[in-house]
Design a binder for this molecule. Sequence first.
Ligand code: AMP
Length: 192
Amino acid sequence: MRLVMLGPPGAGKGTQGQRLAKHFNVPQLSTGDMLRAAVKVESPIGLAAKSIMDTGGLVGDDLVIGCVQERLSQDDAQRGFILDGFPRTVAQAKALDELLDASDLRLTGVIELLVDEEKLLQRIEKRAAEAVAKGEEPRADDNPDTMRKRLASYRESTAVLSNFYYNQGRLLSIDGMREVDRVSADILEALS
Ligand code: AMP
């Protein structure tokens, strides 16, 4: 099972991706998590990405593609994967196709979570509040200003991927505003 989760920030890609990873026993690969880990250890990639992430922009294609290429070459990813937050540009989507093509592989499908953007801001505020309640540090980019920039980045660079994958016949569009369990069930049904 090789899936891509598509949708704006706060759409539920992480939550649903995690559930799918468990269901299909494949790793969930989140480029946001990879980059946050790099920022934490102050690696060269982390140092290059930090200010861009803090302001809600997109980290350069080459850097992100390099991270994904390395991660996909690891043993556990040979069974399949759920990509969460990648690709985010057409260049990344083409690079992913080429990477898979080189091993004669294709994506199984692309799950697009359709959401009401008005409600996303509330979801992000809730996610930040939940992190605080658990005694965790909220994500630096989970605040209304950065969220607006992240949504703008999504509209400018990522939304076109719906068409890209629709044209490939791989797009599965799911109503992401329903209750979490219902969204999971709808995704599994769409995949069956
Ligand atoms: P996420 O956790 O997916 O919301 O990602 C958090 C931040 O990491 C994004 O706002 C971007 O700055 C950066 N990022 C994550 N994935 C990518 C990607 N595929 N391309 C460019 N930047 C990314």
